[in-house]
Design a protein around this ligand. Sequence first.
Ligand SMILES: [Zn+2]
Length: 167
Amino acid sequence: MRSAGELVVDRRVHGAEIARFRSHIVCGPMTSDCDIWTGAIGADGYGRFYLTRGGSGLCVRPHRYALAIGSGVVSAGVLGLHECDNPVCVKIASATDPHQHVVSGSQGDNMERMARMRRGGGRYAVRRFDSRGLRRERSVALREAVRHGWDADAVQAALLGDQPTLW
Ligand SMILES: [Zn+2]
């Protein structure tokens, strides 16, 4: 994808767009649970949300869109970073616990965060998902796990990459 441009989400102007965005999200019951994007997923394992702005189509990352709902605007070059190490999570980290879920940051912050997780700071250290293929596989498994509502066992299995055989 192109480098991230400025993204504006105005609750009054973009109400229908926000409602469509929310229709693609399944939330877990605990604050530690991720809110999982169940819409389109790209080859890199990250979600895709398609908008029409000013008559032209636009594709954005759902977790960055979620940040824009919260703050009204995400500046060019500012990324959404996953402290939960789950590319399809769109839950914004709470002010009281910024070490969960999606936070905003620069590319430099992202490099620092990835190095920290490689040192063992990630929540899901059981199996690393550094490759695009594995990341997409997990994202698709998570989407499947919540297709009929939040299934805690299926979500945990998908996060750990421990999928039962699908018949
Ligand atoms: Zn999360």
